[in-house]
Write a protein that binds this ligand. Structure first.
Ligand code: NAP
Ligand code: SF4
Length: 674
């Protein structure tokens, strides 16, 4: 057994969790749509059938005023719908546990009736919450209790009550959001009363044989947040009144420290869980950026936790645990922490899925079934679209030949992996390379497929995934020697001077600025560097882990200006949950950002632009073009000239689809249908 700690059962006395891997809570949006419970049942059952130890559902609100726009469980009718989910999971794997998360959004609820201990608006909340009176507090406690009772009736093995992240319970705990002067405010004993009463009364109502988990912000990353002593005091108080497991969380949503983005080092926060574990008698769960079984095993072996929660990795690969158990970890489709199809969707009101696995949350709709008539298929281009198409088609039994002009598979992913903080793309490349091998795809590297060759080989279908060419904007002097493309910069083919202008401020403009302003060694940053750059003190744990700790960021050695024509804020088109981290980290490094610019010309003096009718000369020695892309269709056109038909996918279909999320989804769906 390669993962003795990860695969060890955990005996809770009245029940056993079969291994230490938990699918953490994640709102998917399925909870609210027509037919969503059927889809949720299939989504969770697939993970259960593949040996996850325990599943925690997305948050369910205990009443209307607590809803963040998601589902509630405040009536037997609402609870009955969950039977589909619990039955599906228990039928798929009777030894897998499923717990429902009870999430009272408090001041983050999406309705004007939202409530909180005090009328303190969250920085990211929509409304000033209504201050609860005594009767209101009693109602909120009782609604939590009734919700847990209904969850038990609906067949859940337990509940997780969330007491972190800036949701209701956590706002009672923290001084700046709890200004009360009654027995629920003031000193800490009073501020934890609400949490303790919820747990105590829930335990009394559900009995002893029901898993009760409480999620605590072990480091809330909030100026003036919880002190370490307060975290420990809360944990001890909760175990006294009947929690079975304490789950550690590391943020409030309004915090200015990234805790799950791809630049966060793997397992960065688990030592905090480890410290808490030493203080408590009940098992503890750790989480955040644990995305491969060896990382989970190390965390457990270090004694940092009893259980490891992985939410996004279970979206990325439903068979994560099965592959770990069978020693096929090199076949795991690893979560790269991009947030692009999961949290960015959740926070934009869209259905959750996964960039690397478009089947996530679409298990009843997108399936890779054996092809009725296996075909000989040529896929041209081994970027994200070509790789996804080739592997899905081959999985279905088609005989696939994958042509790639360069010496390696990956396409634009080979550029992305070189950007500091995006090293997880190596995992995606490892996954695809391994699957091409496992599925027997005929991979022809260093092969520029010509129309004549494709015609000669008489494939049944030809799929063009030749990607993009960078857009060359029409600016006077664009051919000047100081103008280079982003591809030449990332591949190191062209040198970059000390004074740089970047034309274009999309995802790639930001990536380029990240790359050329980075001062440290290449490769993933370690926890200490991360802590320094984001102002976190893991060792001394001041309030929230961050109070009084100034971020220390090395300013860029290069003078860099990033420019766009649009009037909108630079970077406003980046991902909803990660864009702010990129904007903030570049601003801290001193990158100058200009919007509303008109490009006049490039010459020996530099880049001439006009902003607000004022001419400006940027005295730069390098101008890097990051002005988007155009589809590359030379092969497609060549085939058409021979009267050969082909299908376009990815960037070759639509340059906008250079976006890997769209490319992989489109390619997988087409390959599932051929
Ligand atoms: P993009 O996001 O479309 O941005 C292109 C940039 O070029 C814009 O800032 C645009 O701004 C500018 N531009 C467009 N036409 C121009 C012209 N004719 N002259 C001068 N400037 C022009 O494209 P991208 O940055 O190349 O990214 C491509 C894809 O990769 C996107 O789909 C993106 O999602 C994905 N990607 C994402 C990330 C990420 O972190 N999420 C990172 C890298 C790539 P103005 O028009 O205002 O000048
Ligand atoms: Fe992970 Fe990105 Fe998939 Fe979300 S979309 S689960 S972050 S790979």
């Amino acid at each position: 057994m390669n993962y003795p700690k990860l695969l060890e059962p955990l005996d809770l006395g009245f029940t056993t969790i079969k291994n230490r891997a938990i699918m953490g809570s994640m709102h998917t949006g399925l909870e609210e749509i027509e037919g969503g419970f059927e889809r949720m049942a299939a989504y969770f059952a697939e993970r259960a059938a593949n040996d996850i130890g325990m599943i925690i559902t997305g948050g369910i609100a205990p009443n209307q005023e607590s809803s963040h726009g998601g589902a509630t469980m405040s009536s037997d009718e609402e609870a009955a719908k969950h039977r589909l989910v619990t039955d599906a999971v228990h039928q798929a794997a009777p030894d897998v546990k499923i717990c429902m998360q009870i999430l009272h959004s408090g001041p983050l609820a999406h309705n004007p009736d939202c409530v909180a201990p005090s009328a303190v608006k969250s920085r990211i909340g929509r409304y000033v919450p209504n201050e609860l009176d005594k009767a209101g507090i009693e109602k909120q406690i009782d609604d939590h209790v009734q919700c847990a009772v209904m969850a038990k009736k609906a067949g859940y093995d337990g509940v997780e009550i969330i007491g972190s992240a800036g949701y209701l319970i956590s706002t009672f705990l923290v001084e700046k959001t709890n200004l009360r002067e009654d027995e629920y405010g003031g000193n800490y004993e009073n501020r934890i009363r609400f949490a303790v009463e919820i747990v105590e009364r829930t335990r009394a109502a559900v009995g002893e044989d029901f898993i009760l988990i409480f999620r605590i912000a072990a480091m809330d990353m909030l100026e003036g947040g919880m002190s370490w002593d307060e975290v420990v005091t809360l944990g001890k108080a909760l175990e006294k009144v009947g929690v079975n497991i304490v789950s550690t969380h590391f943020t409030w949503h309004e915090s200015a420290v990234p805790t799950i983005a791809t630049m966060v080092p793997r397992a960065a926060f688990t030592s905090v869980t480890g410290r808490l574990r030493k203080q408590l008698n009940v098992p503890v769960i750790t989480s955040n950026r644990i995305n491969m079984p060896d990382v989970a095993e190390e965390v457990l072996a270090r004694g940092d936790a009893d259980l490891v929660s992985m939410a996004r990795p279970m979206l990325a690969d439903s068979a994560f645990m099965r592959k770990a158990i069978e020693g096929r970890e090199d076949e795991i489709n690893t979560c790269i922490a991009c947030n692009q199809a999961c949290l960015d969707h959740t926070f934009s009101g869209k259905l959750t899925s996964c960039l690397v696995n478009p089947r996530a949350c679409h298990e009843t709709m997108l399936n890779y079934l054996p092809a009725p008539t296996p075909k000989r298929i040529a896929v041209i281009g081994a970027g994200p679209a070509g790789l996804a198409y080739a592997t899905v088609a081959a999985e279905r039994g088609h005989k696939v030949t994958l042509f790639e002009a360069s010496s390696e598979v990956g396409g634009q992913f080979n550029l992305a992996k070189k950007i500091p903080g995006k090293e997880e793309f190596y995992e995606t490349l490892r996954y695809f390379a391994r699957m091409l091998e496992v599925l027997g795809v005929d991979v022809r590297l260093n092969t520029y497929a010509s129309p004549a060759q494709l015609q000669a080989e008489a494939f049944d279908d030809i799929i063009i995934a030749t990607g993009i060419t960078p857009r060359m904007p029409e600016i006077d002097g664009i051919g000047h020697a100081k103008v280079v493309s982003y591809i030449d910069v990332i591949t190191g083919k062209k040198p970059v001077g000390d004074k740089v202008a970047v034309i274009g401020a999309g995802g790639i403009g930001f990536d380029i600025c990240e790359l050329i302003s980075h001062s440290g060694p290449s490769g993933a940053v370690d926890r200490d560097v991360f802590a320094k750059e984001w102002g976190v003190d893991f060792d001394n744990h001041p309030r929230g882990g961050v109070t009084g700790v100034e971020p220390v960021v090395a300013r860029s050695a290069r003078e860099i200006t990033m420019i766009q024509r649009k009037d909108s804020r630079v970077g406003s088109g980046l991902g909803k949950t990660t864009g702010w981290t990129h904007r903030l980290s570049l601003a801290r490094r001193g990158i100058n950002m200009i919007n509303g610019a008109h490009y006049d010309r490039v010459d020996d003096a530099g880049l001439h632009i006009t902003v607000d009718n004022k001419p400006i000369l940027l005295d730069v020695d390098t101008v890097i073009l990051c002005a988007g892309q155009l589809p590359r269709r030379d092969l497609y056109d060549g085939l058409a000239a021979l009267d050969l038909t082909a299908d376009l996918i990815g960037g070759a279909f639509e340059a906008r689809e250079l976006d890997a999320k769209a490319a992989i989804k489109q390619a997988s769906e087409m390959a599932a249908a051929i």
